[in-house]
Design a protein. Structure first.
Length: 215
C-alpha cells in the first residue's frame, strides 16, 4: 500500500498548517490538501484522491457534521476523523451517525492522532477513552434491545463480535480473543452487516451502544 492520502479540514489556518507540518513528517502519510470547511472538502474530494479526512467539528460555513454527511453520501470509502473538544458531545454523535470513523481531541498528541489515522484506515472506530463514557451515556438506548436482537437472528458469536467491535478491536484482535482466524471474523462481520442492514463497523458499534450490548 502506498502513502495514506490525508485531507486536513479546519477553518483556523494555524491548525491546518500545524497539522500539515507535523503529519508530513511521517513516512507513510501524504497530506494532499488543506481546506477551510466541509463544502471545500467535498469539492477537493471530487477532484483528488483522498483516503482519510481529518476534520474540525466546529466551522462556521460548513461544520464537521454536515461535512461528514455530504462527503460520505458521495464518497462512502473515504474515512473521516473528527477533531473535537470535550464540549462537542451532540456534534460527535451526529457525525458518527453520518459515518465518521471516530473522533480525536484537538489537544491530542501528534502520535495519538497518527495512530488514530492508522486505526481508521484499517476500518476501526477511533474513540478517545477520556470522553467515550460521556458520549455513550448520551446515545438513546433501545428498551426492547433483546427483542431487537432476536428479530435479526444474531448468533451468540455474532453478538460477541459486535461487542468487541464496539470496544474498538481489530479483526485480528477479535480473532485472538475468540480463537478464530482473521478471515473467519471478517466473514462474520459481513454477515452481521447484512443481517442488520448496516454500512460499516461504526454503525455496528452504535447498534451495540443503543441495544445495551456494552453492559
Amino acid at each position: 500500500m502506498g502513502k495514506i492520502k490525508i485531507l486536513i479540514v479546519d477553518d483556523e489556518k494555524l491548525i491546518r498548517d500545524g497539522l500539515n507540518i507535523i503529519l508530513s513528517t511521517y513516512e507513510d502519510i501524504e497530506v494532499v490538501g488543506l481546506c477551510e470547511d466541509g463544502y471545500d472538502a467535498l469539492e477537493f474530494c471530487r477532484k483528488n484522491p483522498v483516503d482519510i479526512i481529518l476534520m474540525d467539528i466546529r466551522m462556521s460555513k460548513c461544520d464537521g457534521v454536515l461535512g461528514t454527511r455530504i462527503i460520505k453520501e458521495e464518497f462512502e470509502d473515504i474515512k473521516i476523523l473528527i477533531l473535537t473538544t470535550f464540549s462537542d458531545i451532540e456534534y460527535i454523535q451526529e457525525a458518527l451517525k453520518y459515518g465518521a470513523s471516530g473522533y480525536l481531541l484537538k489537544d491530542s498528541s501528534y502520535d495519538l492522532i497518527y495512530e488514530g489515522i492508522k486505526a481508521a484506515i484499517k476500518g476501526n472506530i477511533v474513540v478517545h477513552p477520556e470522553i467515550a463514557d460521556k458520549i455513550l451515556s448520551n446515545i438513546p438506548r433501545d428498551r426492547e434491545s433483546t427483542g431487537e436482537i432476536k428479530t435479526h437472528n444474531l448468533t451468540d458469536r455474532e453478538i460477541t463480535i459486535i461487542k468487541e467491535i464496539a470496544k474498538g478491536l481489530t479483526n485480528k484482535e477479535i480473532g485472538e480473543e475468540l480463537y478464530l482466524s482473521e478471515g473467519t471474523i471478517k466473514n462474520n462481520i459481513s454477515t452481521i452487516l447484512s443481517k442488520l442492514h448496516l454500512r460499516d463497523r461504526t454503525q455496528i458499534a452504535i447498534f451495540a451502544f443503543k441495544n445495551n450490548l456494552m453492559t
